[in-house]
Ligand binder design. Structure first.
Ligand code: HEM
Length: 506
């Protein structure tokens, strides 16, 4: 009697959660017939140290290169991940069909939605037009002043040289923390009119900068990233409660800093340059009632995040790549030193006219696209992607830049090799190729078409100036003890990269 009873009661207890899980994880019939990436791959980070590159090789490359798209479990639902360039072009061109729908639409209750809200990157339609109308002029100045970029880059190089001296010439130094401080300070000075001064200070000294490391680690926790429905239970999960608190702290700190700055500026009259800043434009729109306080806060936060973290990751990747290829450093240094003799403080025009520098940065973005994968668009109506792949209304679709950039069918058999020469010889030729590949959907570090990055020009200049200053002062190798490990999810970059710097003789 006892055994059947135990079996029955176990069944009765387990059945409801099993039924719920089956319903929750099932693949909707409306999704197209494509290979499916096993769901456990999305939470692999919980038990495996594999980086994004290894995960991609093991599970994604073959089906994506064969079918051009796969079904993947992302942020709590099955979505279509695309890598075929002509399908991507269709998606990027037709924003009225494949509309931006970020976490504020998909998972409005989630921690990530609390962080980013509704902003210029993830909004669609009216709101996007409103935000772009306000912010675009501050993001896309015709000529960016290089004085502040040169100053910040020199400061970073000095900090790294001092760090190396402190630790001795045999051991590697971790670059990531100071690169983040540099990126945050550059963003503050150029977009928000904030002098954050985090570079050169101990870790944690400038709280709003220190919060960035906590935010990144919190967002990309695999379990919550893949199952954001767990964010419904902060009362049950203390780590979720902490996550919400962190997001609110960042929000309030940034708001307070910007309001203080705007108040100070309004008191003093001599601010002609700072008026071109995104923060002033948003401040004016807020005080005149064109946007709400929430929209003001959300767009400040996204500017803070996007204008520092992508450059930070790209520079970390640059330290790794050039630290393993002294030949590239040498060739680049030759070009830079020849220019710095006549232009010790180069303008935007001088920097953008250096061919090898341009090619190296384009190639870095090809092999290390910081925004590697995004699934933040939804089909507003039934559609046929590229005229071939049926997409039902309500389906979430996205892209993977590494998949496109590393596909031999797109970039040739040497697609995974760093070969700056592939971009051509003259700057004009490189710009032409950059434009063509972007339009064709074969080069998408900044996305393409209507919703492509508005900070692209600035970001390229910022990284080129850092290289200009860095290669003029030091050479470096990757610490022989360091083994390349890419980040497990989210933004793509080498994790914990250590380098040994040597100061050049002057
Ligand atoms: C290496 C640096 C950067 C990379 C790789 C990068 C990449 C991207 C990508 C991939 C997108 C498209 C996102 C999507 O499809 O949802 C994007 C959009 C955007 N980026 Fe960047 N970005 C960089 C730097 C910057 C900087 C410095 C800013 C300045 C604030 C900026 C501002 C924006 C804005 C405003 C958009 C939204 C454009 C729109 O939807 O109309 N980005 N970026």
């Amino acid at each position: 009697m006892a055994l059947p009873f135990i079996l029955l009661s176990t069944l009765v207890t387990l059945l409801p959660p099993l039924l719920f899980l089956t319903w929750y994880l099932h693949v909707p019939r409306t999704l197209p017939n494509l290979p499916r990436i096993p769901i456990y791959v999305s939470i692999l980070g919980l038990w495996s140290p594999m980086g994004q590159d290894e995960i991609y090789e093991r599970w994604f490359r073959t089906p994506l290169e064969k079918h051009g798209a796969v079904l993947v479990w992302f942020a709590g639902r099955w979505s279509v991940l695309v890598s075929r360039p002509d399908w991507l072009t269709d998606m990027f061109r037709n924003e009225q069909i494949y509309a931006k729908a970020g976490s504020q639409i998909k998972i409005p209750h989630a921690v990530i939605a609390t962080l980013v809200g509704d902003n210029i990157i993830n909004a669609h339609g009216e709101n996007w037009r409103l935000y772009t109308g306000i912010m675009k002029a501050g993001l896309q100045k015709k000529v960016f002043e290089t004085t502040s970029l040169l100053k910040q880059s020199r400061k970073l190089v000095n900090v790294l040289i001092d760090l190396q001296k402190e630790i001795g010439s045999k051991e590697g130094i971790l670059v990531m923390a100071d690169v983040q401080k540099w990126a945050v300070d550059v963003m503050g000075e150029n977009f928000l009119d904030l002098d954050l001064k985090s570079l050169g200070q101990p870790d944690g000294a400038v709280r709003i900068e220190a919060l960035q490391s906590i935010i990144k680690a919190t967002l990309f926790e695999p379990m919550y990233f893949s199952f954001p429905d767990l964010d419904h239970f902060p009362w049950l999960l203390p780590s979720r409660k902490r996550a919400y608190n962190i997001m609110h702290e960042f929000d309030d700190r940034l708001y307070a800093k910007i309001m203080t700055m705007l108040h100070k500026r309004s008191e003093s009259k001599d601010t002609p340059q700072s008026e071109e800043m995104v923060s002033h434009m948003l401040g004016e729109a807020y005080t005149s009632g064109r946007i709400t306080e929430k929209q003001f806060r959300d767009n400040l936060k996204i500017t803070f995040l996007t204008a520092h973290e992508n450059a930070q990751q790209l520079v970390t990747s640059m330290f790794w790549q050039l630290g393993t290829r002294i030949d590239i450093q040498d060739r680049l240094r030759e070009e830079i030193l020849a220019t710095s003799k006549t232009h010790p403080n180069p303008s935007q025009e001088v920097i953008n006219n250096l061919p090898y520098l341009t090619a190296v940065v384009l190639e870095l973005l090809r092999l290390f696209p910081p925004v590697c994968q995004l699934i933040n668009r939804v089909a507003l109506q039934p559609a046929m992607l590229g005229g071939e792949l049926p997409i039902a209304k309500g389906t979430f679709v996205g892209w993977n830049a590494w998949a496109v950039h590393s596909n031999p069918a797109v970039w040739g058999e040497d697609a995974r090799e760093f070969r700056a020469e592939r971009w051509g010889e003259s700057v004009e030729e490189m710009q032409g190729r950059f434009r063509r590949e972007t339009v064709r959907g074969t080069y998408i570090p900044f996305n393409a078409h209507k919703r492509k990055c508005l900070g692209q020009g600035f970001a390229l200049l910022q990284v080129k100036i850092l290289l200009f200053v860095l290669l003029g002062r030091v050479s470096w190798i990757v610490d022989p003890e360091y083994r390349l490990k890419m980040t497990p999810g989210g933004i793509l970059a080498p994790l914990g990269c250590r380098v040994i710097l040597t100061e050049l003789e002057s």
